[in-house]
Design a protein around this ligand. Structure first.
Ligand code: NAD
Length: 446
């Protein structure tokens, strides 16, 4: 689903005109179907501490072509900068400057990932260095070309760099699955989770429910989770019953017709799962709506409908599932849909942004609640994604929204789905209460 401008720019006359006028020239993003390998190699691991050695070893064990020096390669697929031991800003230069000379040898769609520790306000010099990594990553992401990305993994002090969550995050950021994620930092808070036994089917044996699955991002999430081996339960409003049945047939999934805002929705969902003997390992809270208006024109029905679908229903459904006790598996993974509007705000979206900012805080609190049973809750915040929701935007606003990101294009539903699939894996057990942006580094908010 390439937009008309991108198609024109990729034609010979369009490309020449764009170059002359300095117009955006969005690169073709490589996705899983183009590059199915779990890590885009060859990989250069930069850093000379034990952490860097350990990461190089972990990847080598998994058959990845790993090098320790750029000089060994003419073309570089991925770079991992391991900066876990820095104690002052000056420590950054030997870690980042080798990449300066190698930037031109990065292949299209290359990946750069930093692995470092978060600044927690205890040691000024060390925290300055640690905080600096984030600034480096966010700026580098703006400089990457050809669909290449830069992201960072923050590993809490005391958590080993061999933790399942670190390896899982590395594999996500170093693969084509993270095509539309750039300029982001993701924290691994603990060593919880387990290494994936079946790398090609990381969700084998897991049952996943997706709300709002009949179309758009929800349908892509269901397809991606199914491709990763999960048994699917797909839920949508009765009005979307035909599309839902079609998807359920395609994926051999269990369809549930339910308006998540209806009275007793939580109880009815629990009953539907019990009737079929299902316990959920993965719950994706995706159903969402927009009812945009400036606050001056906002009506109670528009405000209330958005809050009810986008956040209140998530609270009632998860409460019902947790209280029921027998319809959630062990170590459940909850992933909710936020939005960059919930981070930065957006004109005409006070209702939507309130609901999505609510999601971000909701998953933090829910993660704390699920922690004792090894469960996690996280959110994914899409930027501009090409769906029916965004097709309804005014044409000019839509065009501006597409180009205002480092990747200069809208993302696809599958890009959001890939991030959710990663957060749903057993490996992602140490990642909790996070909001991961899937926005091509959309230039809104922080
Ligand atoms: P969409 O409108 O294409 O699909 C939403 C689905 O949710 C539909 O199938 C709809 O029937 C279902 N739904 C709506 N109300 C429901 C209810 N009360 N009960 C059950 N199902 C209900 O939207 P989309 O673009 O695929 O968005 C999916 C999610 O991603 C939403 O939460 C949205 O806010 C979020 N999001 C989308 C974008 C984007 O650019 N498209 C950006 C940021 C966030």
């Amino acid at each position: 689903m390439t937009d008309a401008y991108t198609r024109f720019i990729r034609s010979a006359p369009g490309g020449a005109l764009a170059k002359q006028l300095g117009l955006p020239r969005p690169a073709k993003l490589l996705r899983r179907e183009d590059r199915p390998e779990p890590v885009l190699g060859p990989v250069v691991v930069v850093g000379d501490g034990a952490g860097a050695d350990g990461i190089a070893h972990l990847l080598l064990e998994r058959g990845v072509d790993v090098r320790r020096r750029f000089e060994e390669l003419r073309k570089v697929g991925s770079v991992i900068i391991v900066a876990d031991e820095i104690s002052a800003p000056a420590d950054l230069s030997p870690l980042v400057l080798p990449l300066a000379g190698a930037m031109r040898s990065l292949v299209p769609g290359a990946r750069v990932v930093t692995v470092s520790r978060p600044a927690r306000g205890s040691d000024p010099a060390r925290d300055a260095a640690r905080g600096g990594v984030e600034g480096f990553v966010r700026s580098l992401a703006h400089e990457m070309r050809g669909g290449a990305t830069a992201n960072g993994i923050l590993v809490e002090d005391g958590v080993g760099l061999d933790a399942p969550g670190v390896l899982g995050a590395l594999r996500f950021f170093l693969s084509a699955r993270s095509a539309y994620v750039t300029g982001q930092m993701l924290t691994v808070a603990s060593g919880a989770g387990s290494h994936t036994e079946n790398e090609s089917l990381p969700l084998a044996g897991r049952t996943a429910l997706v709300t709002g699955a009949a179309r758009g991002i929800g349908a892509a999430i269901a397809r991606t989770l199914a491709a990763d081996g999960a048994q699917l339960v797909v839920l949508d409003i009765p009005g979307a019953g035909t599309e839902l049945a079609r998807l359920a047939n395609e994926l051999r999934a269990v369809p549930i017709q339910l308006d998540v805002t209806s009275a007793g929705a939580g109880r009815r969902l629990v009953e539907a799962l019990r009737e079929r003997g299902l316990a959920l390992d993965v719950l994706v809270l995706n159903a969402g709506i927009t009812r945009d208006k400036l606050l001056a024109n906002m009506t109670a029905d528009r405000w209330d409908a958005v809050l009810a679908v986008n956040i209140s229903s998530q609270i009632t459904l998860t409460e019902a599932l947790i209280e029921a006790g027998d319809v959630l598996g062990e170590q459940p993974r909850v992933v909710s849909l936020a939005s960059t509007s919930g981070i930065a705000g957006n004109r005409g979206q006070t209702n939507y942004a309130a609901s999505k900012a609510g999601v971000i805080s909701f998953v933090e609190a829910l993660a704390a609640q699920l922690d004792s049973r090894g469960g996690t809750a996280n959110a994914v915040a899409p930027g501009f994604i090409e769906t029916e929701m965004t097709a309804r935007m005014p044409a000019l606003t839509r065009e501006v929204a597409r180009r205002l990101s480092s990747l200069q294009q809208g993302g696809l539903p599958v890009d959001v789905a890939e991030a959710i699939a990663f957060l749903s894996t057993p490996e992602a057990g140490g990642i909790r209460g996070e909001t991961l942006r899937v926005c091509g580094q959309n230039m809104v908010g922080k």
